[in-house]
Structures are given as structure tokens and as C-alpha cells.
Ligand binder design. Structure first.
Ligand SMILES: O=P(O)(O)O[C@H]1O[C@H](CO)[C@@H](O)[C@H]1O
Ligand SMILES: Nc1nc2[nH]cnc2c(=O)[nH]1
Length: 277
């Protein structure tokens, strides 16, 4: 806290290829993860490994330029550690972004899916960042997860998309987290599709679980970077460079949407843990 004058109200986690979201912040203070006690290191291309504080449209923000994934070998506790740091810093709203492959026929590469809900596959089999003793300071032993993606912010984002003329690129959907690091087999893709998953990735759900546990308001979006191959006749295959490339192509659209959302969201400043410190 002594290293920056900023006291963030909003935190943003940048997905693969979406690190440019931090560039919009004014009066920046930026810290390499290697200089922050307790932070793991980013090992994935497209995740710079920097925490950036700054101002955006009258709100104070902190932005993770690079997130941590389970497949990098971090425990789920470590991958979600920054979310609790944000809570202690006084953050009220968390914006999570990711790159994801689409299963829904109506979602094309370059589209933006507002996350309505998620399926946390690792969580369903007990790989949950909240496993172990519960810290009651942060939240209850058995937190509810229905409604974990704030409805008001989802509606606001859809309104903004209309005003910015990009409504045709946007729709709501269900994100599923799988462990990775391999992309899906065709049989796995078909299974996810039949289960009602619209887009799949290897992150986000644990961050949202920890954020919801400690009472943060959450907004999430997936940039659709590829269609997940569901047919044995299809010779295409996905790769990480292609994922990053779609991030670059859509950077302006995502930046404008997130900037306007932050500008128009209301902040209550009712972070009880932080107020008690
Ligand atoms: O979820 P983010 O960090 O955006 O990254 C997504 O893109 C990578 C695969 O290309 C995986 O890490 C997947 O989870
Ligand atoms: N699991 C998974 N993660 C992704 N991240 C970006 N695209 C994909 C995908 O197709 N599958």
C-alpha cells in the first residue's frame, strides 16, 4: 500500500492477449509480479506479469496484466491469491476477462461473450481454491454461487454494446473451465456442447469463486478466439498464437467496452474487510 497512492475500487484480470486493457489507465504505478511478496510468476506467453494501478474515467483501478493458471503448476490458492489482495485493498468490483473457444454455433471468433454463469469442472471434483480451513474474515464456509455474475453489470454491458454499435458481436453465455493445458479432444468438445457449455477455457472460475466468497461484485467476459473443433471431418486445429492474434484484433473493441462499463458503473465503497482494517 505504501508503494502507490492509488486505492483501487475496481480490479481487472486480463486474459490471454488482453493485457492492453491496462494501457488505458492514467497516472500509472506498475509493479512486476517478481517484486510483490506472495505473487507467483507468469509463465504463459501473452501474460506480461505486471500489476498496474491507475485512474480510468474517475474510478481508481488495478489491473493484472497476466493471470495464473492451474496448469502452470500453481495451487488454486496461489492462482487466486491476487483476488484476496484486491479485497484487502478495498476493491469492490472485479472484472474478469479471458480468451475462450466457442462450442455454441452462434459464437464466432472475434465475438464477445458476456459470462452469465460458469461450470467449474475442477471445482466439481474437489479442486477448489476454497478447500481447506475457511477464513471467516473473507466469507462463509458454504458460499452461494447462484448469481455470481452481476445481472446489473451484464445489462449495462449489453446496453453499452448497442450504443457502441457492436451489439451483433455480443451475447450472454455459459463459460466452462477445464484444467488444460491441452485443448479439447473432439469427444470432449461434443460432451461440453451437450452439457450446455457455450465457451471453454482454462481459467476464471476459481477467481470468480474466491471473489464471490469475499463479496466482490463480478463482471466477466470471454473473447471468443476460436471455434472448438467438434467434427472428425474438420481438419482445423487451435493454437495459442492464434488465440493471441484474435486478442490483438479485438483489442480496441474490448478496451472501449470495458472503459465505458467502468465509467458508468456505480461504486458503493462498502468493502467491510477493508473498512475494518
Ligand atoms: O483464460 P486465459 O488466461 O485468457 O487464457 C486462455 O488461453 C490459453 C490458451 O490459448 C489458456 O490459458 C486459456 O485459459
Ligand atoms: N480449453 C480451451 N481454452 C481455450 N482458450 C482459448 N481457446 C480455447 C479452447 O478452445 N479451449
Amino acid at each position: 500500500m505504501s508503494q502507490t497512492r492509488h486505492r483501487p475500487q475496481v480490479a481487472i484480470i486480463c486474459g490471454s492477449g488482453l493485457g492492453m486493457l491496462a494501457d488505458t489507465l492514467k497516472c500509472q504505478d506498475s509493479f512486476a509480479y517478481s517484486d510483490i511478496p506472495g505473487f507467483p510468476q507468469s509463465t504463459v506467453q501473452g501474460h506480461a506479469g505486471r500489476l498496474v494501478f491507475g485512474e480510468l474515467k474517475g474510478k481508481t483501478c488495478v489491473c493484472m496484466q497476466g493471470r495464473f493458471h492451474m496448469y502452470e503448476g500453481h495451487s488454486l490458492c496461489k492462482t487466486t491469491f491476487p483476488v484476496r489482495v484486491f479485497k484487502l485493498l478495498g476493491v469492490e468490483t472485479l472484472i474478469v476477462t479471458n480468451a475462450a473457444g466457442s462450442l455454441a454455433d452462434g459464437l464466432q471468433p472475434g465475438d464477445i461473450m458476456i459470462i452469465k454463469d460458469h461450470v467449474n469442472f475442477p471445482g466439481l471434483v474437489g479442486l477448489n481454491p476454497l478447500s481447506g480451513p475457511n477464513d471467516d474474515k473473507f466469507g462463509p464456509r458454504f458460499p452461494a454461487m447462484s448469481g455470481c455474475y452481476d445481472k446489473g453489470l451484464r445489462c449495462l454491458a449489453l446496453d453499452i454494446a448497442k450504443q457502441q454499435g457492436v451489439a451483433s458481436l455480443m451475447q450472454e453465455g455459459v463459460y466452462a473451465m477445464v484444467g488444460g493445458p491441452n485443448f479439447e479432444t473432439i469427444a470432449e468438445a461434443r460432451l461440453l456442447h451437450r452439457l450446455g457449455v457455450d465457451a471453454v477455457g482454462m481459467s476464471t472460475a476459481p477467481e470468480v469463486v474466491v471473489a464471490t466468497h469475499c463479496g466482490l461484485r463480478v463482471f466477466g467476459l470471454s473473447l471468443i478466439t476460436n471455434k472448438v473443433v467438434k467434427s472428425y471431418e474438420d481438419s482445423e486445429s487451435v493454437n495459442h498464437e492464434g488465440v493471441l492474434e484474435v486478442g490483438r484484433l479485438r483489442s480496441n473493441t474490448v478496451q472501449q467496452l470495458v472503459t465505458e462499463l467502468i465509467s458508468r458503473m456505480e461504486i458503493n465503497n462498502n468493502n467491510t474487510i477493508n473498512n475494518a482494517v
